[in-house]
Design a protein around this ligand. Structure first.
Ligand code: CTP
Length: 402
């Protein structure tokens, strides 16, 4: 029996030639026992008729805010509450842009903005549109906010050009939904503390010492724990990124602030993950006035050591708590990572080596190796940070017997 049985699926269809595959998708969802409510954009109706779709889903297809015949109002709020999942397939570049920026000019986008359930997005478009930075940035933003992007495939496109942009096949989309529903709420009832992002250590009111961390890896972890039922507190250094709304965010600037906030929370959690790229040193003095250039050929800034947040909290760890750290190494780093794990009293450590292209700071991908105190080692391929987060959360779940 499929895990989709009895699930309420809002299927959003937009104006792409791949809309014909939405008929197959509807059929497969219904066959799996799901209840399907279709919401189609005006452009979507140019590609596939609502009559076909309502016959397949056994429900009227929603497209307009009001029904022309009797003035009935279609409530996107009700749909947002009814759904167990929303799937937008195919999703055009235009719809992806509207989703990312909240341009609520049709029923599909308002439904998305009211959605309480997870959202899967299966893009379909021409190869140049697919590769355009507008599209990749919008998809990135949507992924960061916890939406699931079902990557388009390479192949022959409607334009007869060959490249990336074909919507994933309906069977594979169904498999992605099944996969989602078969990972249960294994972290329900667990409390998780995460540190993430860089820290900024002020030199004067306008300058600071910092690093290239974006916070993305820690945010992806926070999203994954929250999705699996954990109560998550994220202590986040300066970052333009934000996690899903269930995550409690405590924004901080400096290492000392990060430590004092973490100290408040750590006693109440079952699990702590230290993903922050903390500045190891801070200027001895933060000048209250902007430093002037005039007459200064050289400037020396005296630095003092910052507290080691992970080591401080690690030294207080109770036997019922599980702590995980990160090690960012410019060399291979295995021995260094193991040393940090012991020294900071972590139960496990995530090693990312800057030697691996596509790993570490300020990129969307990462390549990690996980070690635990019992000698367990797991090495993973280069993946998106969201997929890496899933591997790390799975690894910890296995250790905790969840
Ligand atoms: N960490 C921390 N506070 C610090 C420095 C590091 O909490 N002041 C944490 C990081 O979040 C990470 C782990 O310690 O989980 C290792 O961080 P890393 O920067 O790799 O190591 P350092 O201990 O700073 O050592 P070095 O920079 O010399 O490699």
């Amino acid at each position: 029996m499929s895990v989709l049985r009895g699930k309420h699926v809002v299927l959003g269809i937009t104006g792409s030639i791949a809309a014909y595959k939405a008929a197959v998708l509807t059929r497969l969802l219904v066959k799996a026992g799901a209840e399907v409510q279709i919401v189609i954009t005006p452009a979507g109706k140019e590609f596939i008729t609502p009559i076909t779709l309502s016959a397949l889903s056994s429900r009227p297809v929603i497209s307009e805010f009001f029904s022309g015949r009797d003035g009935t109002w279609n409530s996107h709020v009700d749909l947002g509450l009814w759904a167990d999942v929303m799937l937008i397939a195919p999703a055009t570049a235009a719809t992806i842009g509207k989703l990312a920026h909240g341009v609520a000019d049709n029923m599909l986008i308002t439904t998305y903005l009211s959605m309480k359930a997870p959202v899967f997005i299966a893009p379909a478009m021409d190869l140049d549109m697919c590769a355009h930075p507008s599209t990749t940035d919008n998809l990135d933003l949507l992924a960061l906010r916890g939406n699931f992007i079902i990557e388009p495939k390479s192949g022959e496109l409607a334009s007869h050009l060959v490249g990336k942009g074909r919507m994933e096949e309906p069977e594979a989309i169904i498999a992605a939904l099944e996969d989602y529903f078969s990972t249960g709420l294994d972290y329900q009832g667990r409390r998780v503390l995460l540190t993430a992002g860089p820290t900024h250590e002020p030199i004067d009111p306008v300058r600071f010492i910092g690093n290239h961390s974006t916070g993305r890896m820690g945010i992806a972890l926070a999203n994954e724990f929250a999705r699996r039922g954990a109560e998550v507190t994220l202590i986040l250094g300066p970052s333009s990124l934000r996690p899903r709304e269930e995550v409690r965010v405590i924004p901080v600037t400096t290492a000392e602030e990060m430590l004092s906030q973490a100290e408040e929370v750590v006693g109440e959690v079952d699990l702590a993950i230290f993903a922050a790229a903390v500045a190891d040193y801070r200027p001895r003095y933060a000048h209250s006035e902007k430093l002037k250039r005039e007459g200064q050929e050289e400037l020396e800034i005296s630095l003092v050591r910052n507290p080691d947040i992970a080591a401080t909290l690690g030294s207080w760890k109770r036997p019922d708590q599980y702590f995980v750290g990160f090690a960012l190494e410019s060399g291979v780093g295995v021995e260094e990572a193991k040393r940090k794990m012991r020294q900071k009293n972590f139960d496990a450590i995530v090693l990312n080596s800057l030697q691996d292209p596509g790993a570490g700071f300020a990129c969307e991908t990462n390549k990690v190796t996980l070690f635990d105190r019992e000698g367990g080692i797991e090495a993973y391929e280069l993946k998106s940070k969201e997929a890496v987060a899933r591997d790390i959360v799975d690894f910890i779940a296995r250790r905790l017997g969840l």
